[in-house]
Design a protein around this ligand. Structure first.
Ligand SMILES: Cc1cc2nc3c(=O)[nH]c(=O)nc-3n(C[C@H](O)[C@H](O)[C@H](O)COP(=O)(O)OP(=O)(O)OC[C@H]3O[C@@H](n4cnc5c(N)ncnc54)[C@H](O)[C@@H]3O)c2cc1C
Length: 494
């Protein structure tokens, strides 16, 4: 059922088995899976079916760290959330992403890749993809296009599959409209998490609309699915009796914010002989269950990453002419000095997207005294990279260049300064880590079931719970975790 929160009488208390805040990829997946489990669900969504300037303005805030976009310009507050804009790149995380890597502080999740596989398969269907196949040999066999050879075995090719991309708000609107046990309230902003007097459980979500309606929702379990920044904002701003906010006895709420730093054209690759790179272009292939768009990307072998103490990354390859008079970070003179004879016809740029190390100082905090039109404190996002990240990325590209040279595939020019990359860091729109998953309550905010360590019936869905960000785009994992959470809630509440 789709309803308008402005029609709820002020002062009313609604109730359900599960109350979910936020109808993005995480919230909609969860609501659909709980519908199938037969639970009564209330899904509270701030926005409407279309963009609305006043609602979007609730996302405004400041960026005191890497300042590459505005907080209301890279996430979207409407039914369907940021899937209204996402590009659809999909790939699961690797088994090693879930394991502790000794050289990455705070790495390791309390769940394994195998725990998530059945849910990745369900998630694939939600994003309108069929075969859960990411094995490069199988994709390559279906593609028929060659994968780059790496004689030293140090270069690795990986693949992304592309969702159409699924716009969750449009794709699942009719399903939610028809669901008798799911009530979706549009224009419903959760403004406070009210706890019981011992702070051990949520009593209710306090809600408001921009038109001034106020009401509460009671439930057996509550889920925050507001996105990586907003989940932290609501936890930090809620329950005035707790000075550090809700579920924050460890002090970790808002900390360890991670993105995927994007370095566009950071390296220029001058191929020294004709080479078929078409596997690294977006193309369609036939897999057993249907046609899918795929693209190859380059990275380093896992043992090289481990041996060098590097985080993971992917690099896509695109043709790019370096013309005389070029300005900007690519030093055209230096690049031209690498070009001989007919090489100029084979100049490519690498677009690198990297994992970043969990870094406590990279964080979301509240801006005291600066409130939005609903009276909620706005946030500051201090997105920062660990100093080892830039140095590591430079080293990683050095190794890629050495391997390409060893394979007789030409030369790589990378923009560097000292032992670091010299480049403008762009974001991916991936907001991770602000309510991280941990075994030890002192190290994180939620446990392996995405339940807050401090609050018995409060859960977090979305990439806020990521303990590490990996080099995969996050949405497939967000949806898989939401499917897993739905199974857990179904078993617990039935
Ligand atoms: C330009 C762009 C391109 C991207 N491309 C990719 C890609 O190719 N691959 C990939 O994996 N990811 C991509 N992403 C990231 C992807 O969009 C997000 O990972 C995903 O949408 C997050 O889903 P979510 O449900 O966790 O959060 P959101 O989509 O942020 O949903 C949160 C929901 O909560 C609602 N809400 C917020 N506050 C409140 C409140 N107080 N009360 C009630 N409701 C509230 C919002 O309106 C929203 O509907 C991209 C992002 C951007 C910006």
């Amino acid at each position: 059922m789709l309803l308008d929160a402005n029609d709820v009488p002020t002062g009313e208390t609604l109730s359900a088995d599960v109350c979910i805040a936020g109808a993005g990829a995480a919230g909609i997946t969860l609501a659909l899976a709980l519908r199938d489990a037969g639970l009564e669900v209330i899904l509270l969504e701030s926005g409407d079916f279309e963009d609305d300037a006043n609602t979007q303005a609730l996302y405004r805030g400041t960026m005191s760290g890497i300042d590459t976009w505005q907080l209301d310009g890279h996430r979207w507050r409407l039914f369907g959330g940021s899937t209204s804009r996402w590009a659809g790149w999909c790939r699961p995380m690797h088994p090693f992403d879930f394991e502790r890597r000794a050289y990455i502080d705070k790495s390791g999740w309390p769940i394994s890749y195998d725990d998530l596989v059945p849910f990745y398969e369900r998630a694939h269907a939600r994003v309108e993809l069929a075969d859960f196949i990411y094995d490069v040999d199988r994709i390559q066999a279906a593609s028929g296009r060659p994968v780059l050879e790496s004689p030293g075995g140090r270069l690795r090719t990986e693949v992304f599959q592309y969702s159409p991309p699924t716009r969750f708000g449009q794709k699942y609107r009719a399903d939610l409209q028809a669901a008798e046990n799911v009530r979706v309230y549009l224009h419903a902003n959760v403004g406070n998490i009210d706890l019981t007097s011992n702070h051990a459980e949520v009593r209710r979500f306090e809600c408001m609309t921009l038109q001034g309606v106020r009401f509460d929702v009671e439930a057996r379990s509550f889920v925050l699915a507001l996105g990586g920044v907003e989940n932290a904002r609501l936890l930090l701003a809620s329950n005035a009796q707790l000075p550090d906010g809700v579920a924050n006895s460890s002090g970790n709420v808002g900390c360890y914010f991670m993105e995927h730093p994007h370095y566009k054209g950071v390296s220029v690759w001058v191929l020294s002989r004709p080479t078929d790179l078409s596997f690294y272009k977006l193309h369609e292939i036939d897999l057993p269950q249907g046609r899918v768009r795929v693209q190859g990307v380059l990275t380093l072998a896992q043992d090289v990453l481990e041996g060098e103490g590097l985080v993971d990354f992917t690099a896509s390859v695109s043709e790019a002419a370096i013309v005389p008079g070029d300005t900007g970070p690519i030093d055209a003179e230096q690049v031209r000095s690498l070009i001989r004879d007919r090489d100029a016809e084979r100049v490519y740029q690498l677009y690198v997207r990297a994992e970043q190390r969990p870094f406590r100082d990279s964080r979301v905090t509240l801006r005291t005294g600066d409130k939005d039109s609903l009276g909620m404190p706005r946030v500051d996002l201090n997105w920062r990279l660990h100093p080892d990240d830039n140095r590591g990325m430079r080293r990683a590209l050095e190794l890629v260049g050495a391997e390409l040279a060893a394979a007789g595939l030409g030369r790589l020019w990378t923009s560097t300064q000292g032992d670091e990359l010299s480049w403008v860091t762009n974001p991916g729109g991936h907001h991770m880590g602000t309510a991280r998953m941990s075994e030890d309550p002192k190290e994180g905010v939620v446990d392996k079931h995405c339940r807050c360590h401090d609050v018995e019936n409060l859960y977090v869905a979305g990439s806020a719970v990521f303990a590490t960000g990996a080099a995969s785009n996050p949405t497939l994992t967000i949806v898989a975790l939401a499917e897993r959470l739905a199974q857990h809630l179904g078993e617990e509440l039935r």
